[in-house]
Design a protein around this ligand. Structure first.
Ligand code: B12
Length: 465
């Protein structure tokens, strides 16, 4: 069969990271590799837009789309178009937001929602389809219907992720030179684990695996790394270092195999504090930057979101990482009661800590499916999924939105400028990279969109269009 896997674009109103980062649809490379007996193509709508043309030329039997929250409507649009193009096409949907909120996708043009980790369920569904059999008893699906979604038996989580195939990155060969992440291009993504065991109330990652941590073995990861051509590799995990022994073993295998790359990974600060030697070793084999949520510069705000760290732990982690030469991309929550003084204090905190390369300011956002969402449900300014992009405010704020977005824009530009200086990006090694003009344009566009974002929220409130 012919299988077309589509990465829908983010919504028009989305700010998110799309103007400053564009990375491979790793999920689709894994799903595509899971169908080796079929003819698979990936259509990445971050870059390509003519879906009608690819439908016409490829004539798929199956169309699968992926959806994070900001792709809710575009993923629906993709599958609707596919069904309209040819009603016999099997339309499948998977991904993070869909798994946590399948009820948002009970639509007649979607044949099945593949929940969670998805690989075995996807394989069974397409095999049944090939044999012309029904798949409504395959575990791990939500099947749309006029009476609501029909859930097939829950699929239990595997003990490891090693049953998955290695991602097939040849499926994105035509796009790879266009992928970039902030200051880095080319860039490759790798998944080494899935899930997080911590209870942070704002984060949907722990919900995806019901607070389990499921990982690839170091042996699997190293095979994957050996197949990656790019020098800069993003670990697309929720918290790569949760199982420190695994990361120690992976470190040893990387050394043994002589793999030389530069890495970016997500971690928590308490993990850094508990395992300084591991980070020191990883720094030596190329861990250049970690993305970590410091969240706040006072313990009350850290406690309020159930992060289970503290300012003291953050301080110690920053110092350990500094000694290792690892930079931080540090996330701070922008709380609804923030005033300019709060922005100023975070900015001074970052200014005083030179290894915080990038300060990421993230409005506290109740993502559907999280505990925070359940708490704030009655309070939301909008249901429009395009603006649940961790850049818009979707709950009422103390400052008027126009002022708050003005501050976001001002401190965003300041953060990027500081990152340029701290990474010394004006050096020729960076300055002449092909994606830099795109990044500069993207940065200015984000700043401009932030300044206008109070209008976006107003017009996305149902009834105010
Ligand atoms: C790396 C990452 C990024 C990368 C890009 C990732 C990508 N390829 O698009 C960057 C940094 C650019 C990014 C950007 C954003 N991200 Co992000 N990101 C992640 C992170 C850490 C890992 C994602 C990943 O690659 N996972 C590995 C892949 C293999 O897993 P997967 O996508 O879940 O796919 C599996 C299944 O879901 C399923 N599946 C997926 N698609 C399909 C399709 C079909 C047909 C089938 C059958 C199955 C299937 O099979 C896959 C294999 O098991 C996640 C955390 C997380 N747990 O997902 C956040 C996360 C996905 N991001 C999030 C958000 C909000 C964003 C942004 C809006 C804003 C921001 N500030 O980060 C933008 C929007 C990007 C966009 N799509 O337009 C949220 C999404 C919340 C939600 N409810 O959807 C997450 C969950 C983080 C969080 N808790 O807040 N992100």
């Amino acid at each position: 069969m012919k299988v077309l896997l589509v990465n829908p674009p983010a919504g028009d109103l989305t700010i998110g990271l799309r103007h400053i980062a564009q990375v491979e649809p790793l999920a689709l490379e894994i799903i595509g590799a899971a169908a080796p007996d079929h003819q698979v193509e990936i259509f990445d709508m971050q870059i390509d837009s003519d879906l009608a043309d690819i439908l016409q030329h490829f004539q798929p039997d199956v169309v699968g789309a992926s959806a994070q929250i900001v792709q809710t409507y575009t993923a629906q649009h993709v599958l609707k178009m596919a069904k309209e193009f040819n009603p016999r096409i099997l339309t499948l949907l998977g991904g993070h937001h869909v798994t946590l909120n399948p009820q948002e996708f009970n639509m007649p043009f979607i044949d099945a929602i593949v929940l969670g980790e998805a690989v075995p369920a996807f394989q069974e569904v397409i095999e049944r389809r090939r044999q012309g059999r029904d798949f409504d008893d395959v575990a791990g699906l939500a099947i749309p219907g006029v009476d609501g979604l029909h859930f097939t038996p829950v699929r239990s989580f595997p003990a490891t992720l090693d049953h998955q195939p290695l991602p097939d990155r040849t499926l994105t060969a035509a796009y790879r030179s266009r992928y970039f992440y902030l200051f880095e291009s080319p860039v490759a993504s790798i998944q080494t684990s899935m899930g997080c065991t911590f209870p942070c109330s704002f984060c949907s990652c722990q919900k995806f695996t019901r607070r389990r941590f499921i990982a690839h073995s170091p042996e699997f990861i190293v095979e994957d790394l050996c197949r990656i051509k790019e020098d800069f590799v993003m670990f697309c995990d929720d918290h790569s270092f949760i199982d420190v022994q695994r990361m120690e073993r992976l470190h040893d295998l990387i050394v043994e195999r002589g793999i030389q790359k530069r890495y970016f990974a997500y971690t928590r600060t308490d993990c850094v504090v508990q395992n300084p030697a591991t980070f020191e070793k990883w720094a030596r084999i190329g861990l250049e930057m970690v993305m970590t949520g410091l969240e706040a510069i006072d313990d009350s705000n850290i406690g309020a979101v159930k992060k289970r760290t503290s300012v003291e732990i953050n301080e110690q982690a920053i110092e350990i990482l500094r000694k290792c030469g690892i930079g931080l991309s540090a996330g701070f929550l922008v709380m609804p009661d923030f005033t300019e003084d709060d922005f100023r204090r975070i900015d001074s905190y970052v200014a005083a800590r030179p290894n915080i390369v990038l300060m990421e300011l993230t409005p506290l956002t109740p993502l559907p499916g999280t505990d925070l969402y359940a708490e704030q449900k009655e309070n939301l300014l909008t249901d429009n999924r395009e603006v649940y992009d961790l850049a818009h405010f979707v709950v009422p704020t103390v400052l008027p939105l126009r002022d708050l977005y003005g501050l976001m824009s001002k401190y965003y530009l300041r953060a990027v400028w500081r990152a340029i200086m701290r990474l010394r990006l004006y050096r020729p090694r960076y300055a002449f990279k092909r994606h830099i003009p795109r990044l500069i344009a993207g940065t200015l566009q984000v700043a401009a969109m932030l300044r206008q974002a109070h209008e976006t929220i107003r017009t996305s409130i149902p009834g105010e269009q």
